[in-house]
Design a binder for this molecule. Structure first.
Ligand code: TLP
Length: 346
């Protein structure tokens, strides 16, 4: 009998390109994108700008490069960027923003679904004083990775933007999974991006393209981000090879994210029944399931031995992410494995 396949719930970054994406890569019309001559990249950038309701866009290698180039464009050396204390840019981007941009990251608390505390935000923005760094930008993340894939509503995003505008500072959105937020809320993505000056979104997570993110904003901002991209070595030549599957992703992979959300809800509800696991299924709004379990490392190891890969935010905080290629049957099997793994711990 065949061995059961591995179910990989570590991240939606593990998704494989669809057959249509592979074909689009093979057939893409190419040029030198540093000269602005790759027609496929230009098409993707135009599509992305239009989808996000922004003037212009630039393709970058990764979500990390999207946030880095955006912050380099918004800030000068010694400026300050305000981020949530659970932000991806703070925890998982190798300290690139302060290291490479001489930009100081200052935190305000994130609540359980990733919203920033507005009073803390207001209090954290610097006044004009020769001693102080200049607050240049506040960053949002939607959906919010470390906050269980929490979704910020258009009203919440508008509330943050109001505070920022009152102090004349920009708003950047780490929208790595912004389409998940739009699908979860049932609102157009522009209802979320209209409140921000810049947005970086990923093609290579739930949308399943192999590589790439896109940074969008005004033409002036994108010109700065493009220069920053060159500076950090991200000027890519025949990048249409990457852009072509990105176009397929935008055209065909957005609506299906709803399925990932259903699977995540099913997983969360199942895990919530198991003694020894702590999770509030009501907090699972998109495709990320975060669960607390004592002896998390041992639990993760037992799951792995049973053919289910999961990731960890800490020794007792585990994460499971649903994505393209993970079926309802896989979720049922993952739940059965979780039941066995927790049973062994008890
Ligand atoms: N997140 C990855 C890991 O880095 C944790 C994951 O597996 O979820 N913003 C957000 C909100 C992200 O979740 C990620 C990737 C990024 C930016 C960075 O994207 P990449 O990995 O393309 O640099």
């Amino acid at each position: 009998m065949n061995e059961p396949h591995i179910i990989d719930l570590r991240s939606d970054t593990v998704t494989q390109p669809t057959p249509a994406m592979r074909q689009a890569m093979a057939e893409a019309e190419l040029g030198d994108d540093v000269y602005g001559e790759d027609p496929t990249v230009r098409r993707l950038e135009e599509m992305a700008a239009e989808r996000m309701g922004k003037e212009a866009a630039v393709l970058v290698a990764s979500g990390t490069m999207g946030n880095l180039t955006s912050l380099l464009a918004h800030c000068g050396r010694g400026d300050e960027a305000i981020v949530g204390d659970e932000a991806h840019v703070l925890h998982y981007e190798a300290g690139g923003v302060p290291a490479l941009g001489a930009i100081q990251l200052r935190t305000v608390p994130n609540d359980s679904h990733g919203m920033l505390d507005l009073d803390a935000l207001e209090a954290t923005i610097r006044g004009k004083n020769v001693h102080f760094p200049r607050t240049a930008v506040v960053c949002l993340e939607n959906t919010h990775n470390r906050c269980s894939g929490g979704v910020l509503s258009p009203e919440e995003m508008a509330a943050v933007a109001r505070v920022a505008r009152a102090h004349d500072i920009a708003v950047h959105l780490d929208g790595a999974r912004i389409f998940n937020a739009s699908i979860a809320l049932g609102v157009p993505v522009t209802a979320l991006t209209e409140h921000v000056d810049s947005v970086s979104f990923c093609l290579s997570k739930g949308l399943s393209a192999p590589v790439g993110s896109v940074v969008c904003g005004t033409a002036e901002f994108v010109a700065k981000a493009r220069r920053a991209r060159k500076m950090v070595g991200g000027g890519m030549r025949q990048a249409g090879i990457i852009a072509a599957p990105g176009i397929v992703a935008l055209e065909t992979m957005v609506e299906r994210l709803a399925e990932d959300h259903e699977h995540a809800a099913l997983l969360a509800n199942g895990l919530a029944q198991m003694p020894g696991l702590r999770i509030d299924p009501a907090r699972v709004q998109s495709n990320i399931v975060v669960v607390e379990v004592r002896e998390g490392v041992a639990f993760q190891k037992r799951m792995r031995e049973d053919g289910v890969l999961i990731s960890a935010f800490g020794p007792d905080r585990l994460r499971m992410v649903t994505h393209y290629g993970v079926t309802r049957a896989d979720i049922e099997r993952a739940l059965a494995c979780a039941g066995r793994a927790i049973g062994q711990a008890a």
